[in-house]
Design a protein around this ligand. Structure first.
Ligand code: SF4
Ligand code: SF4
Length: 486
């Protein structure tokens, strides 16, 4: 892979190598020093000790290798966390085995911490040391940087290429959807995929639709635009909605039009998140450039660009301006909004009608991590409450995180992370399960057998009373009801 141009940024401006286009980003000595520096800070802080497997492996390994140091630092004395000054008093005679606790970690340990990070980004808003603090800790970016540099040395792996080729696969598979879906449910094929591509044989995969959302949009005789539209919006469908569950996009279009919005669905490509997750920086950058151009007319026309997928929204809002710095990326980032956020704002401005045909019941609403880190509150939950649902909030990571939970080596870990979220869903005894993130929904279905719906699908059902399969658990979680769009 070609090294990127250093651009305008100097090493003094980005000494920690956090900027994709900074001169130190690909500097391996700087990366090594940064991993050591940040792990030292995290070991001292430990606020994220129970957030994810990355922190668990880092901190537990340090403690296991030198239990005296853990005691001396007052971390886990007799299973209880105590204050450092108490520990210093109690343990003043304890001999500490190393100068630096992070020296106890081997290269393989560092790699494991990096590999176990699934980029949920939950540690970023939790961290008191993120820039502009002088410590400049950006743990998710450090993990992403490590993967990108590894890929620079070794090339993009076959599985990462496969998982990152969402548009290629989506266009191909929607043409042969019945065959592709049957193949994906065939145990022999799944074993083959497990052993060759590394997609776990037991991971429930989303079916492909036989008509993509963009194709549906292209053929749809557009409804007459409202005389005085309440808003002019463009839908950024996301790959999952476009190729796997177009009903989310159709519901979004119909609900928005019901609210008097003039909707467009311009040409678009994958946001690039799967490529970035796989360490393919140039691939992600290329998609960012193309989407900025494709969505440029909508942005210049002053339209809000609405995305129903939290990870894709986050990508367009926060990563594009860093991947392709410039006024166009900034303008797109400013125009992008989460679909539920936009609908709630319309509701609060009394622009969303309340002419519901079918009441919503009890809903367990799961907050997607990539919505949580956008710091805009629980929009999907509030939207469903506004529509009359009795909502229980499920605020636990589901451990799916893009394609991470599909990978053979992380599948079991991913299910373990999802345990608490699944228990909270079951504990709510809901009529429906909802999440803005369709991949989180897949994980919840895998864990509970209950199908999850995007909030806009539930809102559509409330408005139009469409017959829809329920979230009730099925006896066979791989049966049609849990896999097929209603
Ligand atoms: S981004 Fe998520 S998975 Fe990665 S280290 Fe932070 S909390 Fe853990
Ligand atoms: S990421 Fe920040 S909050 Fe989390 S353990 Fe490290 S220093 Fe502490």
């Amino acid at each position: 892979m070609k090294l990127p141009a250093a651009g305008e940024i100097t090493a003094a401006q980005d000494p920690h190598g956090l900027r994709y286009d900074g001169p130190l980003f690909f500097d391996k000595a700087n990366l090594k020093a940064e991993l050591h520096r940040v792990f030292e800070i995290c070991n001292g802080c430990r606020l994220c000790f129970n957030l994810c497997p990355s922190f668990a492996v880092m901190l537990n390994t340090i403690d296991e290798r030198d239990p005296h140091r853990a005691e001396a630092e007052g971390k886990y004395l007799g299973e209880a966390v105590i204050e450092e000054h108490e520990a210093a008093e109690k343990l003043k005679d304890v001999k500490v085995g190393t100068e630096s606790p992070v020296d106890l970690l081997t290269e393989a340990d560092f790699k494991q911490v990096v590999d176990l990070c699934y980029e949920c980004k939950l540690c970023y808003p939790k961290c008191p040391y993120v820039p502009p603090h002088e410590f400049a800790v950006d743990f998710p970016r450090l993990m992403a940087r490590s993967k990108i540099i590894e890929v620079q040395d070794e090339g993009v792996g076959f599985r990462e290429k496969f998982l990152g080729a969402t548009d290629f696969m989506g266009k191909l598979m929607t043409k042969v959807a019945p065959l592709a879906n049957a193949a994906a449910h065939n145990a022999f094929n799944r074993l083959l995929m497990h052993n060759t591509i590394g997609i776990h044989k037991d991971r429930q995969l989303p079916d492909y639709a036989s008509q993509s959302l963009l194709r549906w949009w292209g053929r749809r005789a557009k409804a007459a635009p409202p005389a005085e539209p309440t808003a002019d919006v463009a839908l950024f469908a996301t790959c999952f909605v476009n190729y796997n569950d177009p009903d989310i996009g159709k519901a979004a279009v119909e609900v928005l039009e019901h609210a008097g919005c003039k909707v467009d669905c311009p040409e678009q490509l994958c946001c690039g998140m799967p490529k970035l997750d796989g360490g393919d920086l140039e691939g992600a950058r290329e998609l960012a450039r193309k989407n900025i151009a494709l969505l440029g007319d909508s942005v210049r026309a002053g339209k809000k660009v609405l995305s129903p997928g939290p990870s894709c929204t986050l990508m367009l809002k926060t990563e594009y301006p860093e991947l392709v710095p410039g006024p166009e990326a900034d303008a797109l980032a400013a125009a992008v909004m989460d679909l539920s956020d936009f609908l709630l704002q319309q509701a609060r401005a009394k622009k969303l009608p309340k002419d519901f045909k079918r009441p919503l019941g009890k809903v367990a609403f799961h907050v997607a991590c990539h919505n949580r880190v956008q710091n805009f509150g629980y929009r999907g939950r509030d939207l469903l409450k506004w529509a009359g649902a009795d909502v229980t909030l499920v605020d636990r990571c589901c451990g799916m995180d893009g394609t991470w939970g599909m990978k053979a080596e992380y599948f079991e870990e991913s299910l373990k992370v999802a345990e608490k979220a699944a228990q909270a869903v079951e504990g709510a005894a809901p009529d429906d399960v909802s999440s803005d993130c369709p991949l989180a929904g897949l994980q919840l279905t895998q864990k509970t057998g209950r199908r999850s719906f995007h909030p806009v699908r539930l809102l559509h059902r409330a408005y139009f009373g469409d017959p829809q399969a329920s979230s009730a658990p099925s006896t066979d979680s791989k049966d049609k009801d849990s896999q097929e769009a209603p």
